[in-house]
Design a protein around this ligand. Structure first.
Ligand code: EPZ
Length: 419
């Protein structure tokens, strides 16, 4: 079992290009099922979640090949509509295939996606949206069997009670296969939704409104082969910025649109960092210990992203001043706190809130990643800490970060993956 060995205290300097966004490429790969031909996707990060998704596409009968950061998918000849349990367990976000399989094949069988490290992960909104479009969904012994009702799928209005990212994406993909107009009211507004719309429109779908709370799809038309570039990963960018804030130094990121992580940049600026932004670049310099800031409340986009909560907390824990966090999206997204405490962090958790009292400097420790972003948070904390830190359970981190150690080394960090 390999682990990261990190010597903290080295400032970070240099420029780094951010990879394509994991949470954009996953739904776009599912959307390739709607295209009876070849799709060429550029800027596809090489992550275990992406590999798992390519395996599902192949298992369904598609062809999927990677050439560097370009992935070529051909879903002309699909041979099955069921996703086996072991692949669903490997990645719960595979539920995103539901809408695309219904639209393309009219049926879909997959096992209930299990909960994950963030607590229960219900899919009631996904199922309600698909039923509204005419899907019959049977739930038996943990499996979902979906098929078009006799009358077939038909576009109509869908109201989401929570702006669920996954439910919005599933509804968009299913609606592409529904004759007529579908309106998704209360849709998630994350930039990855707009990226999915960009892909669908490039393939000939009539989708508008992504990035707002109302998305409209004129479904039923045939889609055609497409070549598309995936957006930069705003959470990966937030991770490197928080690393530079924690370790000090001057870092420039390219390949990411600053307006996709405004809330994170505002927090880093209030904590004492100096930020400069360009069209597709963000520069951060940090020379003093981070200060405490107003409460950080996670919220649907454009609010503060829940995926950056642990990462910012790790940077502030080693600063000065106090900051209150309120995690409003997931039920248990503070599993990294115990690990940060092993580094000397002073964090008091009470339900959804966590009060971070900066201790000036953390110290190294032997740590275990608990989840994807919690694991990245431990690396951020270790870079600014005194002494050596080991981070185990790297499989969580590798789900969402390509070459994390190599990228940090190019910025001057002392981090090695020890087999
Ligand atoms: C997406 O997950 C992202 N994953 C998550 O990123 C991200 O944290 C999340 O959106 C919120 O931004 C991908 O895009 C692959 P939701 P998703 O549906 O779609 C509740 C990462 O670290 N809910 O927006 O699963 C749910 O329990 C990952 O990259 C229902 O109640 O999130 C949660 O409390 C982690 N019923 C809230 O909504 C439903 O049917 C938001 O979940 C669906 C969701």
């Amino acid at each position: 079992m390999s682990y990261y060995e990190i010597q903290g205290g080295r400032s970070l300097y240099g420029t780094l290009e951010v990879h394509g966004a994991k949470n954009s490429v996953l739904p776009i790969l599912a959307a390739c099922l709607l295209v009876p031909g070849q799709c060429v996707l550029h800027n596809c990060p090489d992550l275990s979640d992406v590999s798992a998704t390519l395996d599902i596409l192949r298992l369904l009968g598609g062809r999927a090949e990677r050439e560097g950061d370009t992935v070529v998918v051909d879903a002309s000849a699909l041979i099955r509509s069921s996703i086996p349990e072991h692949l669903m367990r490997e990645m719960r976000s595979s539920v995103i295939f539901l809408g695309a399989l219904l639209a393309r094949l009219g049926t879909a069988e997959l096992s209930y996606p299990g909960g994950c490290e963030l607590g229960p992960r219900p899919i009631d909104l996904h199922l309600a949206a698909l039923r509204a479009l005419g899907a019959e969904i049977l739930e038996e012994q943990g499996a979902l069997c979906c098929r078009r009702c006799r009358k077939g799928l038909q576009g109509r209005e869908i109201c989401l009670s929570i702006p669920s990212v996954g439910a919005t994406e599933n509804a968009m993909l299913a609606a592409c296969g529904c004759p007529g107009q579908t309106t998704i009211v209360g849709a998630a507004q994350e930039p990855e939704i707009a990226d999915l719309q960009g892909f669908l429109r490039a393939a000939g779908a009539q989708v508008t409104g992504a990035g707002t709370s109302t998305i409209t799809i004129q479904g039923g038309g045939a889609l055609h082969p497409v070549e598309y570039r995936v957006m930069g990963d705003r959470i990966e960018a937030a991770t490197y910025l928080c690393a530079a804030a924690a370790a000090r130094g001057e870092v420039e990121l390219t390949g990411v649109a600053p307006d996709t992580l405004t809330a994170v940049l505002a927090c880093l600026e209030r904590a004492g960092c100096t930020l400069r932004t360009g069209g597709e670049s963000i520069s951060l310099s940090s020379a003093a210990p981070l200060g405490g800031i107003e409460p950080v409340r996670t919220a649907p986009y454009p609010g503060f992203p829940t995926d950056a909560q642990a990462i910012l907390m790790a940077a502030l824990a080693g600063g000065k001043g106090n900051t209150l966090f309120v995690e409003n999206i997931f039920d248990s997204r503070y599993r990294h706190v115990d690990e940060l405490r092993r580094m000397g962090a002073d964090i008091q958790v009470a339900g959804r809130t966590a009060m971070v009292s900066g201790v000036g400097r953390l110290h190294g420790a032997s740590l275990r990643s608990t989840d994807l972003r919690g694991g990245a948070a431990l690396v951020v904390a270790a870079l600014g800490a005194e002494g050596a830190t080991q981070v185990f359970e790297l499989r969580h981190i590798k789900r969402g970060y390509q070459d994390l150690d190599k990228n940090l080394r190019t910025l001057g960090a002392d981090i090695q993956e020890v087999p």
